[in-house]
Write a protein that binds this ligand. Structure first.
Ligand SMILES: C[S@@+](CC[C@H](N)C(=O)[O-])C[C@H]1O[C@@H](n2cnc3c(N)ncnc32)[C@H](O)[C@@H]1O
Length: 239
C-alpha cells in the first residue's frame, strides 16, 4: 500500500538550523556516543560501491574512503562535489529522494527520522513510513539499509503523542520540533515496507547526549540510540 503524500511542517526550520550549525558538529566530535555511532556506521558501509547518506548534515562522521562513492543528500545542500574526493552533495528531501529506483547498494540514515515531523502525530508516523519506503525504493535488491536513530520507550512515545501538537503550536524559534519513535515502531514499519532484518543492536549512550541541540547528561534524557540493519530482498517488490 502506498501511503498518502506527506509534508514536513518543519522543513524550513530544519534546513536553516542545520545549514549553519558548526556547534552540532563540534559537540558530536567530543561525545562518546557518537564515537560508537561512527564505529557502527563504518562497519556497515565498508565495501559499499554506491552509498547514500540521507540527512547527512553537510559533513561526514565516517571515513568515506571505506566506500566506492558516497552521495549525501540534505535539505540545505547544494548540488555538486562533496568535501572528499569520492563524494557528491545533493539537495533533496528524505520524503522524496531525488534518485531513480535501485540507485544504491547501501543506504544509511543517522538521526534524521525524528526530524521529519509533520503537523500532527498522525503525519509524523506517515512521514516516517514514507521515508522508509523511499529508502527501500532507492536501495537495489540485495542491498543494505542502515538506521542509526535515537529512540524512546513506549511510555515516553505516548507522552510525546499527547504533547506534540501543543508544543508545535507554542514553538516559535530555536531547535526544530522532533518526534522520537520506539525501536519497535521503526522495526515494524521497515518490515511492513518489505525489508528483512539483519541486526538489531543498542548503541551505548556514554555519559552525555545531544538533545534539542544541547549536551545533556545521558541519565536525564529518554533517548536510546539503536542500530537497525536491513536487507532489501533480492526478489519481490515493496509491500
Ligand atoms: C540531527 S541531524 C543529523 C545529521 C547527520 N546525519 C548526523 O548524524 O550527524 C538531522 C539532519 O536531518 C536533516 N533533515 C531533516 N529533515 C530532512 C528531510 N526531510 N530530508 C533530508 N534531510 C532532512 C537536517 O537538515 C539535518 O542535517
Amino acid at each position: 500500500m502506498t501511503p498518502a503524500p506527506t509534508t514536513q511542517a518543519t522543513v524550513d526550520t530544519n534546513a536553516k538550523w542545520f545549514a549553519d550549525n558548526d556547534q552540532y558538529i563540534e559537540n558530536q566530535s567530543k561525545l562518546e556516543c557518537y564515537r560508537h555511532m561512527k564505529r557502527a556506521v563504518e562497519r556497515e558501509v565498508r565495501g559499499a560501491e554506491r552509498l547514500l547518506d540521507i540527512g547527512n548534515g553537510g559533513f561526514f562522521n565516517f571515513d568515506t574512503a571505506l566506500a566506492g562513492h558516497v552521495t549525501a543528500v540534505d535539505l540545505f545542500l547544494k548540488d555538486g562535489p562533496g568535501p572528499t574526493a569520492n563524494s557528491t552533495f545533493k539537495n533533496g528531501s528524505f520524503l522524496e529522494l531525488p534518485f531513480p529506483d535501485a540507485s544504491f547498494d547501501c543506504v544509511i540514515q543517522q538521526n534524521v527520522l525524528h526530524h521529519v515531523t509533520g503537523r500532527s502525530v498522525r503525519e509524523n508516523f506517515a512521514n516516517m513510513e514514507k521515508c522508509l519506503r523511499e529508502m527501500y525504493r532507492v536501495c537495489e535488491p540485495g542491498g543494505k539499509a542502515v538506521l542509526l536513530e535515537s529512540t524512546v520507550s513506549r511510555w515516553f512515545n505516548l507522552f510525546e503523542q499527547v504533547v506534540y501538537r501543543p508544543v508545535l503550536w507554542l514553538k516559535r524559534s530555536g531547535h526544530p520540533a522532533t518526534f522520537q519513535y520506539t525501536a519497535n515502531q521503526l522495526l515494524k514499519t521497515a518490515l511492513d515496507c518489505g525489508f528483512e532484518l539483519e541486526e538489531f543492536a543498542w548503541v551505548p549512550r556514554g555519559r552525555w547526549l545531544l538533545q534539542f541541540g544541547v549536551v545533556w547528561p545521558a541519565a536525564l534524557t529518554p533517548a536510546v540510540p539503536v542500530k537497525l540493519v536491513f536487507r532489501r530482498p533480492r526478489s519481490g517488490s515493496a509491500k
